[in-house]
Design a protein around this ligand. Structure first.
Ligand code: AMP
Ligand code: GLY
Length: 421
């Protein structure tokens, strides 16, 4: 088969790595890909938001399947566009991608289907929002409705900062805002829980724990994710059952009631408190860096799973996992998530070799004149799998130290809540 993957992050490199091992694969394209995917696929420098040129490329190269990595093209409707052209494409359509594309859409489903989530209010004007905030308990969470690359969420400790957040959102910091979402601050531990669905049925995929804050001990600014481990240490049979019955089942019922169906990965972002799950958010794709830590544990052929979702035969698939623990540490450019340098060479990276239990997935990298340069905030994902989390993390840190990139920053404490307790 000829396959194209859309995206250029660590998630897409991890997907490409798995797909490249499938006996069904004939040719793999990554659009646009990064310096890592360049080693296992043909990178295509193309703006995939230009759907007409994307379609032309797919037709000219007789591509049999398109896998969409990031949320933006999904929310934008790339799946609807390609499906109409009879191209096989893996990912949810535009309508159901609102689960990620509109936090208010999801909150309304939670209310109607009694899905446990933070208590919330939706406000159309500053005045209404301020009135609510004046009587609210702090901290409180203020959110822009649409996609904001992880930046549209404000955790506010006092009235003043919450008012400022509402103001920024209505002033258009994240695009035109007709409404603002304000919700209760949930205490607890976060978990990323993944589902795979073919539009008829769904199956559990796996779980991970992401570390979003830039600093050790989960301090400092929010980032796209500084590292993750899988499976999550929080999961047990009772919690798993609650997640499915209280959150996932009613969501799929809601989708069905809308006359819709969901094909693809569904990322259920949870807060867990006293072994009870609360939905924080949905994402309509794999997580990044969760994907990099989860996929190396997958023993089943990923391409078979994806094709079964496209063909509505997921029922027949057995999803098998290696009984191992995986840790991913993200090596960032110094200064991330604020200002960092671009075009910085990463010398000696080719000396570090991937094997069956250790992988480097590239994110913000680019190859020029046979050298690898960092061109993004999150640059490389170091992943190791072994019998326990500590040895996985130790191995990853040893390899990062070997690379010794002087523009790099990383957290040494990924997984600390269970490794170092
Ligand atoms: P979101 O983009 O909705 O995932 O929010 C980004 C991050 O903000 C989440 O991963 C949580 O760490 C935090 N967050 C969002 N909503 C809440 C909430 N209601 N209570 C506590 N933390 C939250
Ligand atoms: N790791 C968080 C996300 O992918 O949204």
């Amino acid at each position: 088969m000829k396959i194209a993957i859309l995206g250029n992050g660590g998630r897409e490199h991890a997907i490409a790595t798995k797909i490249s091992k499938s006996p069904k694969l004939q040719k793999l394209y990554c659009i646009p890909g990064n310096a890592g995917t360049d080693l296992i696929a043909e990178n295509v420098a193309m703006d995939f938001y230009n759907y007409e040129s994307l379609l032309q490329f797919i037709k000219e190269n007789k591509i049999d399947l398109v896998i969409v990595g990031p949320e933006k093209p999904l929310v934008d409707g790339v799946v609807d566009f390609l499906s109409k052209e009879n191209i096989k494409v893996f990912g949810p359509n535009k309508m159901v991608s609102q689960l990620e594309g509109s936090k208010i859409f999801t909150k309304k489903i939670c209310k109607k289907y009694k899905i446990p989530t933070a208590k919330f209010g939706i406000f159309k004007t500053n005045t209404e929002a301020y009135k609510y905030l004046e009587n609210a308990d702090m901290p409180i969470v203020v959110k822009a409705d649409g996609l904001a690359a992880g930046k549209g969420v404000y955790i506010c400790e006092d009235l003043e900062s919450s008012i400022k957040a509402v103001e920024e959102i209505f002033n258009g910091k994240f695009g035109l805002a007709e409404e603002v979402l304000i919700e209760e601050f949930l205490q607890g531990d976060e978990m990323s829980y993944f589902i795979l669905s073919d539009g008829k049925i769904f199956k559990r995929f796996n779980t991970a724990q992401d570390h979003k804050r830039v600093g050790e001990g989960d301090k400092g600014k929010n980032t796209g994710g500084m590292g993750a481990y899988s499976p999550s240490g929080l999961l047990n049979t009772d919690l798993d059952e609650k997640i499915i019955t209280e959150i996932v089942n009613p969501t799929f019922r809601a989708i069905k009631d809308m006359g819709e169906y969901y094909k693809g990965f569904l990322y259920v972002g949870l807060m867990v408190k006293d072994n009870n799950p609360y939905l924080i958010e949905y994402n309509v794709r794999m997580g990044d860096p969760e994907c990099q830590t989860i996929l190396p544990l997958l023993a089943t052929d990923l391409l078979d799973l994806i094709l079964s979702c496209c063909d509505e035969t997921l029922e027949k698939q057995n999803i098998i996992w290696e009984d191992k623990k995986s840790v991913c540490v993200v090596l960032c450019s110094n200064g991330y998530p604020d200002i960092y340098k671009k075009n910085v060479e990463i010398p000696n990276i080719e000396k570090i070799k991937n094997n069956d239990s250790f992988f480097i997935y590239h994110a913000g990298t680019e190859k020029k004149d046979n050298k690898i340069y960092a061109n993004g905030g999150r640059v490389l994902n170091f992943v190791s799998i072994s019998d326990n989390l500590k040895s996985s993390r130790d191995k990853v840190i040893r390899e990062i130290e070997t690379l010794n990139w002087d523009n790099g920053y990383y957290r040494r404490d990924i997984g600390y809540k269970i490794i170092d307790k």
